[in-house]
Design a protein around this ligand. Sequence first.
Ligand code: TXA
Ligand code: MG
Length: 342
Amino acid sequence: MNTQLLNPDKDEKAYEKAAEYILQGQVVGMPTETVYGLAANALNGEAVKKIFIAKGRPQDNPLIVHIADIKQMDKLVSYIPENAKKLANAFWPGPLTIILPKSECIPIEVSAGLDTVGIRFPSHKVAQKLIETAGVPLAAPSANLSGRPSTTTAQHVIEDLNGKIPAVLEGGACTVGVESTVISLAGNKPRLLRPGGISLEQLRDIIGEVEVDRAIKEKIGDDVRVSAPGMKYRHYAPKAPVTVVCGDADKTANYIKQNAKSNAGVLCFKEYIDIFNGYKCFEMGSKNDVSSQAKRIFDALRAFDETDVNEIWSQCPSDEGLGLAVANRLKKAAGFHVINLG
Ligand code: TXA
Ligand code: MG
């Protein structure tokens, strides 16, 4: 079986076909504004199991449930705190996932045994239309093989999952490029579990203090229980080992230039591409344009796998705004092998 590419611009039945797969208990690739997702009916545990099989995903890692109308959330969670309403009003539809106490209709395959569930209302029209056509909420992790960089085009999804799923809906390149922000409102205090398309500063503007989970900035030992199970796995990783160099952009470029071996790959800001002449080099946008960096980062990390580099060096944005998410993905790709130049 080859995976079918369903393009709503060319095939007026694309949504119906994709929705039919979903309602038959199959798994379908779906574009969102952040990254592509691997979607199944969130209320059907047997269908959700197929997501884990297609990705090779560890079973203790829960899935986000996608909705296309705020009212759909009522049945999925047991309680909606005031802060959830405020965040939903401010940022939905959009790249924010809110973790809340789950209701009984969430199968154990989705929650991976936790008593919570993550809910997200994506802004991508193709995702919304698929959810509406299927008429059920969709559980979906990022549509990559487990451990690989997330997918931001339908082509990436085919690269990773061809033959493992019946279809992918075409929705163009993702406009955000890094995954949704994950915030838990299920504990005593709001807690950021994963930085993403909505910045920490934006969250704090709406609900005040938000704690930041340790796993965002440092490596967590295998024996430690983390709040978002996904944060403990090696992730986003190209085949060659990655070293991330943080600090002033001129300094980090010089440091990489001095230390990179001749067959190294380099991921740099656009301003520095010339100084890495002779290296396998990909640029992630201008040093001050973090939204371009977010859009390009996964594509660049994937591109190194088409080369024969045996080490990769990367510059890194600061932790401000969307930079926190880009820096987190780079550091995770590096297994937190990070050099700080101050
Ligand atoms: O942008 C996104 O969020 C994309 C698109 C497809 O919506 N989805 C995505 O899903 O990135 P995934 O499964 O690749 O990452 C979800 C993260 C994981 O780290 C997971 O552990 C965490 O969210 N998560 C999901 N449900 C959770 C829960 N109930 N409690 C704590 N963490 C949860
Ligand atoms: Mg993922």
